[in-house]
Write a protein that binds this ligand. Structure first.
Ligand SMILES: Nc1ncnc2c1ncn2[C@@H]1O[C@H](COP(=O)(O)OP(=O)(O)OP(=O)(O)O)[C@@H](O)[C@H]1O
Ligand SMILES: [Cu+]
Ligand SMILES: [Mg+2]
Length: 759
């Protein structure tokens, strides 16, 4: 990573023509070889590639060409795609592919059934009267099997040729080799059956082995395709939330226009029960809006002039007009879709092992298969069993299950997150979240609502109303320049006392984590923490010590006022704890996590709030620039730390934490430094995210276990290792069935994650 992040561009490509994880690694290799490409993640499950590259040395076209040269297709994922009709086009293409697969499976199925029935008397040694003998004729079997081998099974040959050109081998290689061995051996026997008989060998053919295996694998593919389709359901659900049209006021009249035609600044009319088409700001009227589809928050939200509305949410009772502020790919919904798409295509570290294995797996299997043949043929002198066992090894060893295990679970997991208002940036975050043991909460705006109100105001001059107001005016004038929530509260309070704030001030200076200072009306004002005034400036603060102590114990934030270096006043502000905070903290502790609160506020206040929400460990008086250091300190204690913050001023800490969880309040989703974004401000989302992560990783482990067990146990049995002891061989047909349905079972297991419910 030598290049600057800013110079790197990331693009997501939609891939075509992959049949297994082997293809994925072939594409990954091809893309990585393009000079200028810095990172590349190919996801087989999501059929997409996420490529980071330096736009100065390469471009998307060159990357696409590399993919095409490797024998696959890559198209650019445009965020506008799903707004227009391109989605339908892709759907039609997919439907055609499914239909083709279905037809081939049916033809293969019928022929296989005939072959199996014909083979029954031979296999069982019985003379079954209703089965005519000619059904077992070698030549008839040849005629029947040939279309299955080369028409139904065409894709296996095509794909293994593609892989071969890339000097790679995939699951298709194994299937093509395995079934070809059975077919051509049978062909040889058919042609020379006379010669074999003369030599005293009973000629036997294995046409049905090949036909049945091909059919079975096609059937498996068919089920897998249908099941995999369901893993991307979440995205489709999100996309379908998009409204089709909007009612806007143009040229003084209300017009119905398609959603793509809406422009920023358009005035949109929304009636009761209608879907809000794009993002905007209410300018007239009011209503309650159901935002659950975007935020996961089930309570409808009140809207009036000045409030933001989000596209795809549903207007309940009232009607209103709003001005469009974000359209097309800039809307909150479009961004969510984009993010989920990217996350679904990203790779979890847990997958690396599976990838490495698949890389050398196929060549190794071919070697084992050859060895099996050689041993059976040479040591046992049995050509037929040699061929059959070799075919069984080739078929059972198919690594496709291994390739599907992780990505399918990740897709379902991230999709499930989105449904619950939890945006997970990548598979890696989803994985790390299950290892967390410490959760650090920011206080203001995270555990509390973040809208403090002034509750008390006292001055050293006692109860002289006029002088008090004069001081408050000076304070508010200074605070007007600050963006701190405390400052806003002070200004609001002053205004509510009827104070006019129209005077320019000089030398304004904000000291983050301490306070603000400025000159107003020739007076030098310093407003901030006691520590700052006392220890850094040297002002005597004794006068208000007791008063401050009392307020702080009530959980109020106290700010101190000094004029010309002398203490003159004290303001207390209270912020309400979010109703869900206590619940969420409790749930997290029940999950076995240590919960910590971090704040710039002073010790006493912090402790009072911590007690209210049930947090045992507090880090108080931490300056904004020190928050990240505190996270490092926790990490040095050996902890895996998640930081939960409002995403704006906590950015460094969010980035430092193992998992940064940002609270996006309302429409303001700051998806920047965080790994996970909770779209609604509900802290319960933290609990859900961790539970979801644990469920997903558990699911992946199950999948990997199934995949490994099946391959590791299957290969030796297929090779005939049990034969000397138990006389047990694996019929290639059974191997084919096992192989076909192992991937179906992995995908079905991943789909179980769809039942995940936040508790
Ligand atoms: N504009 C300001 N006016 C008055 N006091 C301020 C101002 N900015 C900061 N302070 C003082 O500095 C303290 C620390 O501020 P800081 O922004 O680090 O934390 P906070 O917002 O109180 O809490 P948190 O860290 O939980 O967000 C505040 O509690 C307040 O006493
Ligand atoms: Cu396979
Ligand atoms: Mg703050």
């Amino acid at each position: 990573m030598t290049t600057n992040k800013l110079e790197q561009e990331t693009t997501t490509l939609k891939l075509e023509g992959m049949s297994c994880a082997g293809c994925a690694s072939a594409i990954e290799k091809a893309i990585s070889n393009v000079s200028g490409v810095e990172t590349c993640d190919v996801n087989f499950g999501a059929e997409q590639a996420t490529v980071g590259f330096n736009p100065e040395t390469t471009n998307v076209e060159r990357i696409q060409k590399a993919v095409a040269d490797a024998g696959y297709g890559a198209s650019v994922y445009s965020q506008d795609d799903w707004l227009g009709g391109q989605q339908d086009e892709e759907k039609a293409k997919q439907e055609a592919a499914t239909k083709d697969l279905k037809r081939k499976t049916i033809v293969g199925g019928i022929i296989s059934a005939i072959l199996m029935v014909g083979g029954l008397p031979m296999m069982t040694g019985l003379d079954i009267p209703w089965i005519p003998h000619w059904l077992h004729n070698f030549w008839l079997q040849l005629v029947l099997t040939t279309p299955v081998q080369f028409w139904c099974g065409a894709s296996f040959y095509r794909n293994s040729w593609k892989a071969f050109k890339n000097r790679a081998a995939t699951m298709d290689t194994l299937i093509a080799l395995g079934t070809s061995a059975a077919y051509f051996y049978s062909l040889f026997v058919t042609l020379f059956s006379g010669v074999l008989r003369e030599q005293g060998i009973t000629p036997e053919v294995y046409y049905e082995t090949s036909a049945v295996i091909i059919t079975m694998i096609l059937l498996g593919n068919f089920f897998e395709l249908r099941a995999r389709d369901k893993t991307s359901e979440a995205i489709r659900k999100l996309m379908s939330l998009q409204a089709r049209s909007a009612r806007v006021i143009r040229d003084g009249e209300v017009q119905d226009i398609p959603i793509e035609a809406v422009q920023i600044g358009d005035v949109v009319v929304v009636r009761p029960g209608e879907k809000i088409p794009v993002d905007g700001e209410v300018i007239e009227g009011g209503s309650t809006v159901d935002e659950s589809m975007v935020t996961g928050e089930s309570m409808p939200v009140q809207k009036q002039a000045g409030d933001e509305v989000v596209g795809a949410t549903i207007n309940k009772t009232g009607s209103f007009q709003f001005r469009a502020t974000r359209v097309g790919k800039d809307t909150v919904l479009a961004q969510i879709v984009h993010l989920v798409q990217e996350a679904q295509g990203s790779k979890a570290p847990i997958q690396n092992l599976a990838d490495q294995i698949t890389g050398w797996f196929v060549p190794a299997v071919i070697a084992i298969a050859l060895l099996t043949f050689i041993i059976w043929f040479n040591a046992m002198g049995n050509l037929t069993l040699g061929i059959i066992n070799m075919v069984a090894v080739l078929i059972i060893a198919c690594p496709c299950t291994l390739g599907l295990a992780t990505p399918t679970s990740i897709m379902v997991g991230t999709g499930k997150g989105a449904e619950n208002g939890i945006l997970i940036k990548g598979a890696e975050s989803l994985q790390i979240a299950h290892e967390l043991n410490t959760i650090v909460f920011d206080k203001t705006g995270t555990l509390t609502v973040g809208k403090p109100k002034v509750t008390d105001f006292v001055t050293t001059i006692g109860n002289d109303g006029k002088k008090e107001l004069k001081l408050l005016r000076l304070v508010a004038l200074v605070e007007q320049q600050s963006e701190h929530p405390l400052a806003e509260a002070v200004v609001e309070y002053a205004q509510s006392q009827g104070i006019q704030l129209e005077e320019t001030i000089q030398n304004f200076n904000a000291i983050p984590g301490s306070g603000v200072e400025a000159t107003v009306s020739d007076r030098w004002l310093q407003i901030g923490t006691a520590r700052w005034l006392k220890e850094e400036i040297g002002i005597n603060t004794d006068f208000f010590s007791d008063q401050a102590q009392q307020w702080e114990a009530e959980g109020k934030t106290v700010i101190w006022i000094a004029v010309d270096g002398e203490l003159q006043g004290l303001i207390a502000l209270a912020d309400t704890v979010k109703p869900a905070s206590t619940e969420a903290v409790k749930a997290l502790r029940n999950l076995g996590l240590e919960v910590v609160m971090i704040t710039g506020d002073n010790e006493t206040t912090a402790n009072a709030i911590a007690r209210q929400v049930g947090i045992p460990r507090v880090m108080a008086q931490v300056r904004p620039d020190q928050k990240a250091e505190q996270i490092v300190a926790l990490q040095k204690e050996g902890k895996r730390v998640a930081m939960v913050g409002d995403g704006i001023n906590d950015a460094p800490a969010l980035a430092q934490a193992d998992v940064g969880i940002a609270i996006g309040t309302g429409t303001d989703i700051a998806i920047t430094a965080s790994d996970i974004t909770l779209i609604s401000g509900d802290l319960q989302g933290v609990v859900t995210a961790i539970q979801l992560s644990r469920a997903t990783i558990r699911n992946i482990r199950q999948n990997l276990f199934f995949a490994f067990v099946y391959n590791v146990a299957g290969i030796p049995i297929a090779a005939g290792i049990l034969y000397p002891f138990l006389g047990l061989l694996l019929n290639p047909i059974i191997a084919g069935a096992a192989m076909a349905f192992s991937s179906v079972s992995v995908v079905s297991n991943a789909l179980r994650l769809r039942n995940f419910k936040p508790s």
